[in-house]
Design a binder for this molecule. Structure first.
Ligand code: 5GP
Ligand code: MN
Ligand code: MN
Length: 474
């Protein structure tokens, strides 16, 4: 399938629309990345291109790898007026999984002097791992308020401040959430999971800015070499997963006549159908849950830092999600159209001048927060000018897996990974050695090559490279 992609630019590969495809497929990647890419990505990009109402093209980002139905690293936009659909598999199970990065005001030397203690305090304060629960218990009414209010609700409950909200996508709360469309099972799973990191690839990491690539943007973001930051990667926990499971099942069962799916994992519903609308309402509740969750985790991280550095505050740089379907206006040819943009393992990356951005970032473009791995670099990019025409204002979200978890488990032992990283000055704290092995740095693609491709393809601009110091892993 990858052979069907023809090179259109050094970092752009196009599969013309043939057969059932309604639009072309486009992969943004270097030759090396595309040659190493999972064959399934091409097939999945082509499958997505066959869905009704898709606009422009079916895209994959340079970190793309195989996913459920849609590739992880996939972007696709649909027009409701042209029979467009919404797909639970096109959002992903961890609804609104995302990354936020906080400033600490500390320099590397400050943190090096207290690193082990900081790691221990963070690990003690941040609930991590499968089935971990938080200190918060929500009543039914409290849960609904959270699903409506997102990070805005969390701030009202005393987690963080109003100033945080301005630095969150959608100001911390997406409109149109419908808690009544969320099953009791999903709600039950979330009652005691607020303020928890979850397992696997989710992390809270203390990082140092190792290099700056665009001084003007770095300055606008308040970043300089030697600055220590904290990044939190997690999503909507059990609630989001259950919403995904519930609606995927419904979408399979309701499969409307007239939508012939090349793959049952692409189950979807017309945006204008009752089911499509209910899913959007539930998914938006899931987004608010993730935003609230990251807000509470921020509060816990602040408390942990205060234990070690009493005078330090942790203002938010930015919070952006990478598993969503969002209603946005986009220029398509000569028109401006209202589209439903699925980004699954893809980060929103609005370019300079976008009205959605906080005023202080308007000129620089949106911060794009990219995980790498616990042993390599992570990155802060900025949405590039012209990214809207390339992938509806989107960029990569990480390094992307280079191998399955299973394969990683075969190759590495968690304890060795922790020891080797400790020898390099990177402290890992995790309840699960198995999880650490699955997430070993070499299980991921070369994040440097991925962000280089994102930049060369015109999706985002490199701003700063971060090196891990402490990683609390789920
Ligand atoms: P995903 O959202 O697809 O689960 O993961 C996003 C990205 O996070 C992955 O593609 C990977 O590059 C990155 N990542 C996974 N584990 C870690 C970690 O422990 N630390 C950092 N900095 N990045 C990670
Ligand atoms: Mn994620
Ligand atoms: Mn996630």
């Amino acid at each position: 399938e990858l052979a069907k992609f023809r090179q259109r630019g050094p970092f752009e590969w196009v599969m013309p629309a043939t057969g059932r495809m309604r639009v072309p497929g486009v992969i943004y990647a270097s030759r090396d990345l595309i040659e190493a890419m999972d064959e399934k990505v091409a097939e999945q990009v082509a499958n997505v291109a066959s869905l009704p109402g898709i606009v422009g093209a079916s895209y994959a980002m340079p970190d793309a790898h195989w996913g459920y139905g849609f590739p992880i690293g996939g972007v696709a936009a649909f027009d409701a007026d042209e029979g467009g659909v919404v797909s639970a598999g096109g959002v992903g199970f961890d609804i609104s999984c995302g990354v936020r990065t906080l400033h600490t005001g500390l320099k590397l030397a400050d943190v090096e002097a207290a690193k082990a203690r900081l790691a221990d305090v963070l690990y003690a304060r941040i609930p991590a791992g499968i089935g971990s629960t938080g200190a918060l218990r929500l009543s039914a009414a409290g849960l609904d308020a959270m699903l409506h209010g997102g990070a805005r609700w969390a701030v009202k409950e005393g987690y963080g401040s109003e100033a945080d909200l301005a630095r969150i996508e959608e100001s911390g709360c997406v409109a149109g959430a419908d808690p009544s469309a969320v099953s009791d099972m999903a709600k039950k799973r979330q009652r005691d999971e607020m303020g928890t990191l979850g397992s696997g690839n989710h992390y809270l990491e203390v990082q140092v800015v190792e290099a700056v690539f665009d001084t003007a943007i770095a300055q606008a973001y308040g970043l300089a070499v030697g600055d220590v930051v904290v990044s939190i990667h997690c999503g909507s926990r059990g609630l989001g997963h259950q919403i995904g499971t519930d609606y995927l099942r419904e979408m399979v069962i309701a499969a409307p006549a007239g939508i012939a799916l090349p793959d049952r994992e692409l189950a979807c519903a017309p945006l204008k159908s009752k089911l499509g609308q209910r899913y959007l309402g539930a998914m938006r509740a899931g987004i608010n849950c993730a935003l609230a969750n990251r807000q509470i985790l921020t509060h816990l991280a602040r408390a942990a830092f205060a234990d070690v550095f009493p005078r330090v505050r942790l203002p938010l740089l930015y919070d952006v999600s990478h598993n969503t379907c969002k209603e946005e206006m986009h220029r398509v040819g000569e028109e401006r159209r209202r589209l439903f943009v699925h980004r699954k393992g893809a980060t929103r990356a609005f370019g300079p001048g976008h009205a959605e951005l906080p005023r202080e970032f308007r000129e620089a473009g949106q911060p794009v927060l990219i995980g790498g791995s616990m042993g390599t670099a992570s990155w802060i990019l900025a949405g590039a000018a012209g990214t809207e025409e390339r992938a509806f204002g989107s960029a990569c979200h990480g390094a992307g897996r280079a191998m399955s978890r299973h394969e990683a488990l075969r190759r590495w032992h968690g304890r060795n990974v922790v020891d080797e990283l400790a020898a390099r000055g990177i402290l890992i704290r995790s309840p699960s050695f198995r999880g650490v092995a699955e997430e070993a740095p070499l299980a991921y693609k070369d994040v440097g090559a991925v962000v280089e491709a994102a930049e060369q393809a015109g999706l985002a601009v490199k701003v700063a490279r971060l090196k891990p110091l402490v990683c609390v892993k789920g």
